[in-house]
Design a binder for this molecule. Structure first.
Ligand code: ZN
Length: 85
């Protein structure tokens, strides 16, 4: 079983969490083209190796955070709270 380190609760079983998607995708500006918006909404890479993902602690503190994880080995490298600009 995968253990996910929540920044607030510590390591917990994966069953307490919900994967919420790619954390590297950046939202386009409103004036950007339809194809940029299409890619933002529908197109995702399927990386093999280290990747940054959004996770939600649905069975715990209910906070969102980022997890750096190797999709090939399932090693969790780090986790951190979201940062607002
Ligand atoms: Zn938590």
């Amino acid at each position: 079983m995968l253990l996910i380190p929540c920044p607030w609760c510590g390591k917990r079983a994966q069953t307490e969490f919900t994967y919420r998607g790619d954390a590297t995708v950046e939202r386009p500006d409103l004036a950007d083209s339809d194809s940029q918006w299409y890619d933002y909404v529908y197109t995702r890479d399927n990386p093999r190796g280290e990747h940054t993902e959004w996770w939600h602690h649905t069975g715990g503190c209910r906070k969102w955070f980022k997890v750096r994880r190797n999709t090939w080995t399932h090693e969790v490298i780090s986790s951190e709270p979201p940062v607002r600009d």
